[in-house]
Write a protein that binds this ligand. Structure first.
Ligand SMILES: Cc1cc2nc3c(=O)[nH]c(=O)nc-3n(C[C@H](O)[C@H](O)[C@H](O)COP(=O)(O)OP(=O)(O)OC[C@H]3O[C@@H](n4cnc5c(N)ncnc54)[C@H](O)[C@@H]3O)c2cc1C
Length: 476
């Protein structure tokens, strides 16, 4: 009988367009699907709460189509054990780009050598391997636009791989119970509402992509910045967990564009460019692995951040008194996601109005986002802070009132997430503290009681941030 192959599942929780699984299946023998919950290797960056919820649901969905072996521990040690227990002849896995993953993959390779098994790594989480895109001088890119042009010039992604035929492992191997991993919250069950917003897993991802192409794509170019419209794809958690590949999204959008005979050109280009922001984030992380912790521009290390635990708490709880910020933070808490425009406004508020280090916001997002992603989260926080590669200039400070009025014109988004403000007239919904007492009373708003006064005065906070900037040598 042919020896089994070990397929080590990581952020590639799908059967379609999966090079590692395709190769494991092609080896003829049975395939052992192994998922390792590894809280040891990533250290402080072990999965956050919302990601753990998503992972549970995703593994549950996958176990309906593939027999999973679940183990907990350092992945290389677990793989060494499973090789000994099963006699597998080969290990196949998808490459991961987190700062700790390169060394882990080397240890897995060594474990394979020690067990006499071959070890195979495949791409697929990204469109391009981060080392393959280089500028004219052979250096990695630091600026998004030339990077994206180089990606477009590299041509369309490879063709997709169909679901391979495989026979699952029928031998004996110890497996943990998914429920025993405690990935779901218990008391309080803060994830209760998340189930209504998401269907984690490969089928959920495919359905989301289909819906987006049918309903969102045509409005994407013009309305993607509007949190009050449902036009963005919401594919980010599916992409993060690999329930869909970026190549699948790319080809599906290209096919829709082609079928529309030119009508979707602008929308499709815009969408593909956003997918390339994800690639760019990974490009940066690969070449600058300290991205999640240290400013890309080192001069920002001397920035005079303030210690402001009360401000941080108010921000986390969506109680800053600035409706667009608070609506975003409440959307995040309830659904595990926040619209991109609002992420930018909320992040700018934390960093620039409250002068709280971007890393504190990054950590909160890491714990609460279902799409928490080591590269996109770090690169985006650094972008807003102004200390990243190709970042927004530090002196660009979002005005939360004007941003709210521009992108949530009728206050629909704010009213949805802050029901206490629902009855305020449009002109005050983004600036309740300016509403006359009678208007507040008629709307049932009592500032300081059922909705907070602003925690800072934005105009003063802006001046303070600009002064702090001036103080820091080398930033301008
Ligand atoms: C402070 C901050 C933190 C962020 N943290 C994360 C994070 O942890 N994980 C994450 O996936 N995205 C993060 N983003 C980027 C972006 O907000 C989300 O990718 C996007 O909102 C996801 O919604 P969507 O799938 O509807 O996006 P769409 O607009 O439909 O875009 C399609 C896909 O492109 C990618 N994408 C779009 N915008 C970006 C971007 N700016 N950077 C990187 N990739 C992008 C995502 O994979 C997304 O699913 C962050 C942005 C900010 C400002």
């Amino acid at each position: 009988m042919t020896s089994p192959s070990l397929y080590w599942l990581r952020n590639d929780l799908r059967l379609t367009d999966n090079a590692a699984l395709t190769a494991a299946a092609a080896a003829q023998g049975q395939v052992i699907f192994l998922y390792v919950l590894d809280d040891e290797t990533p250290g402080d960056w072990r999965l956050g709460g919302a990601s753990r919820w998503w992972l549970h649901k995703s593994l549950e969905a996958l176990s309906a189509t593939a027999p999973l072996v679940l183990r907990r521990g350092a992945a290389d040690k677990v793989i060494a054990d499973v090789l000994t227990e099963s006699g597998a002849a080969a290990v196949h896995f998808t490459r991961d780009y987190a700062p700790w993953s390169g060394a882990l993959e080397q240890r897995v390779k060594a474990a394979c050598e020690a067990a006499g098994a071959s070890c195979h790594r495949y791409g697929g989480f990204l469109l391009q391997e981060p080392e393959t895109i280089r500028n004219g001088s052979g250096e990695p890119y630091r600026v998004y636009t030339p990077f994206s042009k180089a990606c477009f010039a590299a041509g369309e992604p490879r063709p997709l791989k169909p679901v391979p035929k495989f026979s699952g492992w029928t031998g004996k191997l110890k497996s943990d119970r998914l429920a025993g991993w405690g990935l779901l919250p218990t008391k309080p069950d803060w994830a209760k509402a998340m189930a209504a917003h998401w269907t984690p897993g490969e089928a959920g991802a495919a359905a989301r992509l289909k819906d987006f192409i049918a309903d969102g794509l045509e409005h994407y170019a013009d309305e993607r910045d509007r949190p009050d419209r449902d036009v963005t794809s919401r594919l980010s958690p599916y992409l993060h967990f690999g329930e869909i590949s970026p190549a699948q999204c790319w080809h599906a959008v290209r096919a829709a564009q082609l079928a529309a005979g030119g009508k979707l050109d602008k929308a499709a280009e815009k969408f593909l460019k956003e997918v390339l922001w994800r690639e760019f984030s990974y490009h940066l992380l690969h070449h600058w692995p300290t991205l999640p912790e240290k400013p890309f521009r080192p001069e920002f290390s001397a920035f005079p951040w303030s210690k402001n635990p009360k401000g941080l708490k108010a921000w986390e709880m969506g109680r800053t008194g600035y409706p667009i910020v608070d609506a975003g933070m409440r959307e995040l808490w309830v659904t595990g996601i926040m619209h991109n425009r609002v992420r930018m406004i909320a992040a700018s508020f934390l960093i620039k109005d409250l002068l709280i280090p971007w890393q504190d916001g990054e950590r909160w997002f890491w714990d609460t986002l279902v799409d928490a992603d080591i590269a996109s989260n770090a690169a985006s926080w650094q972008w807003v802070a102004g200390c990243g590669a190709d970042a927004a200039p530090y002196f660009r400070i979002f005005n939360p009132v004007l941003q709210g009025e521009k992108f949530d014109t009728a206050g629909t988004y704010v009213r949805k997430w802050l029901p206490e403000l629902a009855r305020l007239p449009d002109e005050f919904v983004h600036r309740p503290w300016e509403a006359p007492a009678l208007v507040l009373k008629a709307a049932g708003v009592e500032l300081g009681r059922n909705y907070p006064h602003p925690v800072v005065d934005h105009a003063k906070a802006r001046d303070r941030a600009l002064a702090a900037l001036k103080e820091t040598k080398g930033i301008q």
